[in-house]
Design a protein around this ligand. Structure first.
Ligand SMILES: Cc1ncc(COP(=O)(O)O)c(C=O)c1O
Length: 395
């Protein structure tokens, strides 16, 4: 899931018990076509999955699953506690060293999720008196980091270094600019070079969430900061997830060693959270090694996304141009998006369906993700399904 999340309406005066207001809210959601439901997924589902974020086709790669299972057998099913309490395993250290080396940053710290990594970085690197400048389309985890921090947050126009510059202009004191590298709803890339320029004019730090860039952008998937020539810079910090291109689970913060040491001492989602599970760490490490050996996976995933975009727009649909692996197709309404996604599913294709409040601009979309392991025939069939099931108003 992505971006701007609305708070639930405050509970009205208690009637119908302390949770009576939930029924009212449920009715409002149903009426607006915005009710979410969990759908079971079979282990051996025959459906083609264009809703997940397994860009490099690694989540079921035998080397990756075997490494996860081996790590589980060697180190246990869980990490048993915070890494500061029960010890940091050699596996965590190995994964951190390889992630830092691969992406070009000085040091790394792995956490239980990308969400936790974003909360860690945003909250530990800011405080009262800090100005946080946040892109309007940032992921919910960055938004929540801003909310949890005691900094002042200024939300600025999407992908606009000039707006960032303006926000920083009036501030005298520490500042951090936070942005997704690739925005999770529309798949467009942040102008990282422009953002870094604005930061440097003002002595601000740049914090980039590379959840959708690691494994896909940069040389052989080294990520968006590496692609922009910013990896390893002393004023740049990067977060990423191990759950998308690397096919596992977990999160990482990458940056100068002093930043990483500070996070170990100050980031609450590191200190007060059980360490990343060994199976996830082992699987992510194997995925990273596989990517180093097969860097062509990154380029192939990007070219599949371009192919989706070309075919969808040729068919008259309003699809976003992908800078990485995410392509969104505009739907006329939340209900139409739900019906469209269901029609795709009936024909064997799973696509993401994004509706408010998960989209900052209120526009409902289908979201398709590219994978490097899709064949040309699968790509053609998937696009055919999306096009043939499109509501008339989507063309
Ligand atoms: C941009 C972005 N940041 C962070 C996250 C959170 O990562 P994780 O799923 O590992 O918690 C996601 C995942 O949805 C994401 O899309």
């Amino acid at each position: 899931m992505t971006s701007a999340q609305q708070d639930p309406a405050p509970p009205p005066a208690a009637h119908g018990g302390p949770f009576g207001w939930l029924t009212e809210q449920d009715a409002v959601r149903r009426a607006a076509g915005l009710r979410r439901e969990l759908r079971p997924r079979a282990a051996d589902s025959p459906l083609v999955d264009l809703a997940g974020n397994d860009y490099l086709g690694l989540t079921r790669h035998p080397e990756v699953t075997r490494a996860g299972a081996d790590a589980c057998l060697r180190w246990g099913a869980g990490s048993t506690g915070s890494r500061l309490v029960t010890g940091s395993t050699a596996l965590h250290a190995e994964l951190e060293a390889e992630l830092a080396d691969f992406t070009g940053f000085e040091a790394a710290l792995v956490l239980a999720s990308g969400y936790a990594a974003n909360l860690a970085a945003v909250t530990a690197l800011t405080g009262p008196g800090t100005l946080l400048v946040s892109d309007a389309a940032n992921h919910a985890s960055l938004i929540d980091g801003c909310r949890l921090s005691r900094a002042t947050t200024e939300v600025v126009r999407h992908a606009d270094p000039e707006a960032v510059r303006k926000a920083l202009d009036g501030h005298d004191g520490p500042a951090v600019v936070v942005s997704d590298s690739v925005f999770s709803v529309d798949g467009d890339a942040a102008p990282l070079t422009g953002l870094a320029g604005a930061c440097r004019e003002h002595g601000a730090a740049l914090l980039v969430d590379d959840a959708h860039g690691l494994g896909v952008l940069g040389d052989g998937g080294r990520g968006a900061p590496q692609a922009a020539g910013l990896a390893g810079d002393p004023d740049v910090v990067c977060t990423a997830t191990l759950s998308k291109a690397l096919g596992a689970q977990g999160g990482v913060v990458l940056g100068p060693a002093a930043v990483i040491e500070h996070l170990v001492n100050a980031a609450r989602t590191f200190i007060f959270d059980t360490g990343l599970a060994p199976a996830a760490a082992g699987a992510a490490l194997a995925a990273l090694r596989l990517l180093r050996r097969e860097p062509e996976r990154a380029a192939r995933a990007r070219s599949v996304a371009q192919d989706f975009h070309r075919r969808l727009t040729q068919a008259g649909l309003d699809a976003t141009a992908p800078d990485a692996c995410v392509v969104s197709v505009r739907a006329p309404s939340p209900d139409a998006a739900v019906g469209w996604a269901a029609a795709c599913r009936d024909r064997g294709l799973v696509v993401g369906c994004f509706r408010p409040p998960s989209v900052p601009d209120g526009i409902s979309r289908l979201r398709l993700t590219a994978r490097c392991d899709l064949t040309d025939a699968q790509i053609a069939a998937a696009v055919g399904t999306v096009v043939e099931t499109a509501p008339t108003a989507a063309r």
